[in-house]
Design a protein around this ligand. Structure first.
Ligand code: NDP
Length: 347
């Protein structure tokens, strides 16, 4: 099987070539299938900015919420896969599963190690959505908006990374499921912004425009109750100065600082104190561990069936990718190359 191995942990942008490449393609023989194990073939890979955090050089593993990917290990990733062979009674050949297959063409292990889960079959819903809108990023949006930020009808909600996998669900959940008064998105191009508005945002601002700061100040006149932060850095810094007293910030991610050893922003941190802001970090895996995510998922599926939220092909960017180009597709996350969930389709 072909596998992408983590060979040089980066401090800044991952290097796809040169003398010290971050990842190296290797071909390894598959061991024989033992009792209890399954062999799966990777069909689709989830691309997550969080993966960048698992490979940073010199990070104290105790400060990470999951163990780092070990140097020399296969790059970790969630996937939709197909069972090719099984010596485990719970899974049979042909089953479509969610698996921690990593950047590997084939993965062979016991179901627990692969965190195998059968993929739900929902009429008219592509399996790839279980990596996005109906997967980890959808759940992140749901819990972050409803439980962490406690967004509700009277609230104006601002969300950064609004055209991404998580952000595009935050927009829909805030506006169409929780009935928030106003939803303001931010994204990296005018085209993305118009799409975010089509999902229900009252307005979406292109943060790359020279007058973005002025536009954001105008859009948040009177200040806002909720900020769902996907990007950190300077946008977070700016947003802290746009919060109402006792506003809620759902600190979800900081993608703007994932590829730099010199993070920006946070100069307005004192606003947190003066305005008694509540900033709560959270990790979706804690909710997953609670065993209750089924209810959240059911609520989202219902909202989708009722036509309240949209989960269709516009909600994902599926990139047909040769196995040799898996890291290149992943890097699109950091170039704004995706609208909705970025999914790698292995061809
Ligand atoms: P996205 O689909 O949002 O993809 C990443 C997007 O980030 C890009 O499309 C790009 O959009 C934007 N981006 C890239 N670089 C920058 C930059 N320098 N400044 C601002 N925006 C940038 O990915 P996800 O939905 O999977 O993740 C979104 C965030 O949520 C991440 O920070 C991630 O770590 C976090 N997350 C946290 C979880 C948790 O449990 N706390 C769980 C899942 C995700 P654009 O064109 O708009 O710039």
């Amino acid at each position: 099987t072909k596998e992408w191995i983590l060979t040089n942990k980066p401090t800044d942008f991952p290097q796809l070539s040169g003398p010290e490449p971050t990842f190296t393609l290797k071909t390894n023989p598959l061991p024989p299938l033992e009792d209890g194990k399954v062999l799966v073939k990777t069909l689709y890979l989830s691309n997550d900015p969080a993966q960048r955090g698992w490979i940073t050089k010199g990070v104290d593993p105790a400060r990470l919420y999951v163990p780092p990917v070990p140097q020399g290990g296969v790059m970790r990733a969630r996937a939709v896969a197909e069972v090719i062979e099984s010596k485990n009674p719970k899974f049979k050949k042909g089953d479509k599963v969610l698996a921690n297959a990593g950047w590997a063409e084939y993965a062979l292990n016991d179901p627990q190690n692969l965190q195998l889960q059968p993929v739900q079959q929902l009429e008219g819903v592509s399996v790839t959505h279980f990596l996005g809108a109906f997967g980890m990023t959808g759940l992140t949006a749901y819990y972050g908006t409803k439980i962490i930020a406690r967004a509700g009808p009277g609230d104006t909600v601002v969300v950064s990374g609004a055209a991404g996998a998580t952000g595009s669900m935050v927009v829909q959940i805030a506006k169409k499921m929780l009935g928030c008064k106003r939803v303001i998105g931010m994204a990296g191009s005018d085209e993305k912004c118009r799409w975010v508005e089509s999902l229900g945002a009252d307005v979406c601002l292109n943060y790359k425009k020279p007058d973005f700061k002025k536009q954001l100040v105008e859009a948040t006149e009177g200040y806002v109750e909720v900020y769902f932060d996907n990007v950190g850095g300077e946008i977070l810094d700016l947003m802290l100065s746009r919060m109402k007293k006792e506003g809620r910030v759902a600190a979800c991610g900081a993608v703007s600082n994932y590829n730099t050893s010199q993070p920006t922003g946070l100069r307005n941190w004192f606003e947190v104190i003066t305005n008694r802001l509540e900033i709560k970090g959270f990790i979706i895996l804690d909710f997953v561990a609670s065993g209750k995510v089924g209810e959240a998922m059911a609520e989202m599926v219902k909202a989708c069936k009722e036509g309240k939220i949209t989960v269709d092909e516009s909600m994902e960017t599926v990139v047909e990718t040769k196995f040799e180009d898996v890291p290149k597709t992943w890097m699109m996350l950091f170039e704004g190359g995706n609208t909705g969930k970025l999914v790698t389709k292995l061809v």
